[in-house]
Design a protein. Structure first.
Length: 167
């Protein structure tokens, strides 16, 4: 319909350059990242991080139970320089990464509707998935490796009542 506004049903809390999106301007997705930048990478390609909003994923100015799906692809590297091209492209975790990621995860779950889906992308280069699950104090329903053998995709569901997937 002409003039019909599509409701954003998916929140990507740290979209970066939207690398894994087939449609980088999908009208169903609210793209968020704390960063906004445009600069060349080491290979000459231009890195563009152009989110709709620049919120800290640990403190989302969003009502509870708003989104059907949340995508959480947080920074996963600790052992890199702040100004390296990897840090520019993927972000850098603070040394105290456990509470940082736990706060982000809890915030993602808060803004999900009941039985909504959280898609969590993780790379084990610096932090193994077991350490991640320990920090989050939960495990996903299921997951699989993406490209390469250290990148994983995990699926969580917001539960209500007495259900639990705690370790």
């Amino acid at each position: 319909m002409k003039g019909h506004k599509v409701m954003k049903r998916i929140l990507d809390v740290c979209c970066g350059s939207k690398m894994f999106y087939f449609n980088k301007n999908n009208p169903l997705v609210h793209y968020n990242d704390i960063r906004r930048l445009e600069e060349p990478l080491c290979d000459g390609r231009m890195l563009k991080i152009e989110p709709d909003t620049q919120w800290d994923f640990r403190h989302l100015p969003v009502l509870d139970n708003t989104y059907d799906m949340v995508v959480f692809d947080p920074p996963h590297l600790v052992k890199i320089g702040k100004k390296s091209w990897m840090a520019k492209k993927y972000g850098k975790l603070p040394e105290e990464w456990r509470p940082y990621l736990k706060q982000g995860f809890d915030e993602c779950m808060r803004v999900l509707k009941p039985y909504g889906t959280l898609i969590f992308k993780w790379n084990e280069m610096d932090i193994k998935q077991k350490e991640l699950f320990d920090a989050l104090d939960t495990i996903p329903i299921f997951g699989d490796r993406g490209r390469g053998n250290k990148t994983y995709w995990f699926v969580f569901m917001k539960e209500t009542g007495n259900e639990t997937n705690l370790i």
